[in-house]
Structures are given as structure tokens and as C-alpha cells.
Design a protein around this ligand. Structure first.
Ligand SMILES: [Fe+2]
Length: 297
């Protein structure tokens, strides 16, 4: 008994420290840089999905990228300790160093529909900041947003759901299409099979759930894709049980793609850890993330 008590005390302290850290981690913000390069011009042919992890470059790319975006996802505004003001400060800081072509929100405004106003308030602050800086602000629907109706208007972003917008490369003046696909939600899911545009020009697709790439027809896969949804696992457990047991429906994590940069069947894919917390107000080894995305053709 004398030996068991200290062991139990140590275990109890460790559990308390774990819970404390899970509560503290959502207050951090990792403002990082994803340097994306076009991988392949031959994505057609072969339905099989291949996943290859790419090095995540936090260092500046040499020279000017073709396009430069600020990407954030999954605010889940009920519990998002990274405030809109803090995010605006990051956007200002990044834009003052090198101009941004757009600020892009990757979906999931709130976890529960009844809290939508909290999320709209958060995003409308980002929208004001973008307006001040004359940067266009785009967004798409996440799986938690699909019943919100027109969320873009009160949030102040331009919806890219099934829409496209054209950009010109800063390096070559080549045309680049930014396209968006909405999420149909958790139940009665419908996966899109085609992009909302042709891919004769380079396409950067914004879609909340990275599993979209699995369902797109091989000849409709984009060159680049930006996603969120997975929260980097949000709370990492031994043996990856957050995906192997708790979120079994997400296919890409079963194939090793959870966060960061990947070559998925010839498409350059970035999966963000997102900013807020879904369901539980905790994160563990999955710091909130906002990202400067540099597109290089
Ligand atoms: Fe989410």
C-alpha cells in the first residue's frame, strides 16, 4: 500500500498536467508558411490514390511566388481562443512584408448551428480588416456550416461554393483559377466528382474536407488543394486512435495524411490544423494554425 500511493499520486498529477495542457494549447497560434509547387502535369490515368508526405517549408521560397494567400480554417467560434483581432494582426503583419493576393477561410464557422452569430461576428472582423487592406476575402462551406444558409453575407466573405475567380501569376502573368467546393455535411453526404471549372489552366481548389480529392474524377483533379477539417487530430492519442477508432470515416488519415503538405496522386495538397476546437475545448500536440500559402507553378 505504501508503494502504491506514490505511484497513484504520480499518475494523478500526470493526468492533471495533461488536462491542463489540453486546455492551454488552444491559446497558441502557429503562423507558418506552406510553399506549394506544381507536382505533375499528368494527373489523368489511374483511379488509385497515392499519398506522399512533402517537406513542410517554413523558410521563404526563393524569389516571388506566383500567388500568395493567407489561409485559415475551422474557427469553430464557440471555443476559439485565437481571437479575430489576433488573426487580423497576423494578416496585417504578413501583408506589410509582402502583399497577399487573398485571405481564404476553409470552412467550419461554428460547431453548433445555434451559435452561428458568434461565428459571423468573428469572420466579419476579418472581413473589415481585409477591406481596410484592400485584400479580397473568400470562403467556403464546411461540414458544420451546411445548414446555415447564406453564411457568406453576415460573415462578409465572398462565397467560393461552386464558384471560381481568376488570378494572374506575379511571375509570368499566366492565368490561375481559384475554385471552391462546398461541403454537404456529415449526413447524406454527396461528394463532388468534378471541379466547378475546367482545369486547362492551373487550378487551386479550396475544399473543407481533404477526402474530396479521393472522390474527384482523375481528369478533374486540381493542381493545388487547400483544406482543413481534420484539426490535425485535435487531441493526439497513442496509436492514432483519434483516427483509427474515433474518426474512422475520414479516409486520408487512414492513409497517413493528417496535416501539412502532401503529394496526393499528383495534386499538391495542404491540410491545415485549423484554429478552433470542435466538440471538446481541448487540443493536444495540434497547435492552432494559420498559414501563408505560396503557390509556385
Ligand atoms: Fe472543423
Amino acid at each position: 500500500m505504501d508503494k502504491i500511493c506514490p505511484v497513484l499520486t504520480v499518475i494523478a498529477v500526470l493526468i492533471l498536467l495533461y488536462i491542463l495542457w489540453c486546455f492551454i494549447e488552444p491559446f497558441f497560434l502557429d503562423l507558418d508558411r506552406a510553399v506549394m509547387r506544381k507536382i505533375s502535369t499528368d494527373k489523368i490515368g489511374g483511379d488509385g490514390i497515392t499519398v506522399k508526405k512533402l517537406p513542410f517549408s517554413g523558410s521563404p521560397a526563393s524569389g516571388t511566388p506566383d500567388l500568395r494567400f493567407f489561409f485559415f480554417s475551422d474557427i469553430h467560434a464557440e471555443w476559439c481562443p485565437v481571437t479575430a483581432k489576433r488573426l487580423c494582426d497576423s494578416i496585417r503583419k504578413v501583408h506589410s512584408k509582402s502583399p497577399l493576393d487573398a485571405v481564404i477561410f476553409g470552412g467550419d464557422i461554428v460547431t453548433y448551428q445555434q451559435n452561428a452569430k458568434t461565428g459571423y461576428r468573428y469572420l466579419s472582423r476579418i472581413s473589415e480588416c481585409c477591406r481596410e487592406l484592400s485584400i479580397p476575402f473568400y470562403g467556403i462551406t464546411g461540414n458544420h456550416d451546411c445548414n446555415l444558409g447564406n453564411a457568406a453575407e453576415p460573415s462578409g466573405f465572398i462565397s467560393l461554393d461552386n464558384k471560381t475567380v481568376s488570378f494572374r501569376s506575379h511571375k509570368s502573368s499566366a492565368g490561375i483559377i481559384l475554385a471552391g467546393l462546398p461541403d454537404s455535411g456529415k449526413y447524406n453526404r454527396v461528394w463532388p466528382e468534378r471541379l466547378p471549372c475546367s482545369n486547362t489552366e492551373p487550378v487551386v481548389l479550396i475544399t473543407h474536407d481533404p477526402d474530396t480529392i479521393i472522390h474527384l474524377a482523375p481528369d478533374s483533379r486540381p493542381d493545388f488543394m487547400l483544406s482543413g477539417h481534420l484539426h490535425g487530430g485535435q487531441m493526439k492519442f497513442p496509436f492514432r486512435i483519434e483516427f483509427t477508432i474515433l474518426r474512422k470515416t475520414d479516409k486520408l488519415p487512414q492513409m497517413g495524411a493528417v496535416q501539412g503538405l502532401y503529394d496526393i496522386s499528383g495534386t499538391s495538397v495542404f491540410i491545415s490544423r485549423g484554429l478552433g476546437c470542435g466538440l471538446l475545448p481541448f487540443r493536444f500536440l495540434s497547435v492552432p494554425e494559420a498559414t501563408v500559402v505560396e503557390i509556385n507553378l
